[in-house]
Design a protein around this ligand. Structure first.
Ligand SMILES: *[C@@H]1O[C@H](CO)[C@@H](O)[C@H](O)[C@H]1NC(C)=O
Ligand SMILES: *[C@@H]1O[C@H](CO)[C@@H](O)[C@H](O)[C@H]1NC(C)=O
Ligand SMILES: *[C@@H]1O[C@H](CO)[C@@H](O)[C@H](O)[C@H]1NC(C)=O
Ligand SMILES: *[C@@H]1O[C@H](CO)[C@@H](O)[C@H](O)[C@H]1NC(C)=O
Ligand SMILES: *[C@@H]1O[C@H](CO)[C@@H](O)[C@H](O)[C@H]1NC(C)=O
Ligand SMILES: *[C@@H]1O[C@H](CO)[C@@H](O)[C@H](O)[C@H]1NC(C)=O
Length: 259
């Protein structure tokens, strides 16, 4: 009887330190993450001091400038807002930030398995190198200097070339960029100016992300933190005790992760 009591005492002493020993990855990923001007960023984002296993591939932020920079399909975006609850970010094209005559012209192409355009952000189309006569007055007309040559350009909402009586306009290049609906309204007016264009591009547009969103919600509800397995691209749920595959109350464990 005494022996049994003693054994139980020894066992409980052996178990307590084990249960107090925290999962190192859980502690790492629960640390508050601030990147450039944005605070309290969580999964799927990582970068700066936050390691990749706390996030999801394709969501690395560069925190060195005045706002976080996210790269999607080799294009840099300025991250203006992150909404974890609706899984949306508001971004502005970095190459069109205060610049309407960029050196290289890129369309706004996403990585469709990671990001989709939010509804209600119509595209603005920028036309470059157009054969518009210098005397022609068009809303949205602007000039760029390329190699000491002035080239004529303009923007429209949607994709259609404006119908100018008596002129067949053609352009060398077009790119399209989403803008918010208020901005689109201004840009559609005959009074639209290059300033309106710059403001529209600077206030950005919204994207919805997918990074195991549903699986992550379940992990969080069970008290865990979402991440990616250190050794494989699969999901990881970091819990106070150890790393689990999906939720803190599942029984399967992840091999080679956590401590
Ligand atoms: C950070 O975000 C979490 C989850 O959205 C929230 O519970 C917490 O209050 C936030 N902390 C700060 C300091 O904003
Ligand atoms: C870019 O535009 C913003 C306002 O939209 C302005 O505050 C900022 O100084 C500009 N930056 C550069 C580099 O021109
Ligand atoms: C805007 O343009 C992009 C790329 O051309 C396209 O994928 C997207 O569906 C367009 N958005 C709208 C609202 O038409
Ligand atoms: C500008 O001129 C340089 C040298 O002549 C040429 O290599 C380059 O392609 C030109 N750029 C454009 C946009 O035409
Ligand atoms: C839409 O863009 C304009 C700039 O054109 C900005 O002033 C406004 O705050 C933006 N609205 C929203 C809802 O983002
Ligand atoms: C785990 O816990 C969550 C939240 O308490 C619950 O919704 C879910 O059904 C549980 N899963 C299992 C496998 O027990």
């Amino acid at each position: 009887m005494n022996n049994l009591k003693y054994s139980l005492l020894v066992i409980s002493f052996l178990l307590i330190p084990g249960s107090l020993c925290q999962n190192g990855d859980y502690a790492t990923c629960s640390a508050s993450f601030q990147c450039a001007g944005i605070r309290n960023i969580t999964y799927p984002f990582w970068g700066g001091s936050r390691p990749g296993f706390c996030g999801y591939p394709g969501f690395q932020l560069n925190c060195q400038g005045d706002v976080p920079i996210l790269t999607i399909s080799s294009i840099q975006y300025r991250v203006l807002e992150i909404d974890i609850t609706t899984q949306t970010i508001r971004v502005a094209r970095g190459d069109l930030w205060n610049i309407t005559c960029p050196r290289f012209l890129y369309n706004t192409i996403l990585e469709p398995n990671l990001f989709t355009f939010s509804p209600n952000y119509p595209n603005i189309t920028l036309y470059y190198g157009c054969n518009v006569q210098p005397i022609t007055q068009l809303p949205g007309l602007f000039n760029c200097n390329v190699n000491q040559t002035v080239i004529r350009n303009f923007f429209t909402i949607g994709g259609a070339l404006p119908s100018v009586p008596g002129t067949g306009i053609s352009c060398d290049n077009t790119i399209s960029v989403p803008v918010n609906q208020t901005a689109a309204g201004y840009l559609a007016l005959p009074t639209a100016s290059i300033t309106h264009l710059q403001e529209a591009l600077a206030s950005g547009f919204s994207l919805q992300w997918s990074a195991n969103n549903r699986v992550c919600e379940n992990c969080i509800q069970s008290g865990g933190l979402c991440g990616t397995n250190r050794n494989s691209p699969s999901f990881a749920c970091y819990c106070a005790d150890r790393t689990h595959a999906l939720t803190c109350n599942d029984t399967s464990s992840q091999t080679g992760t956590g401590t």
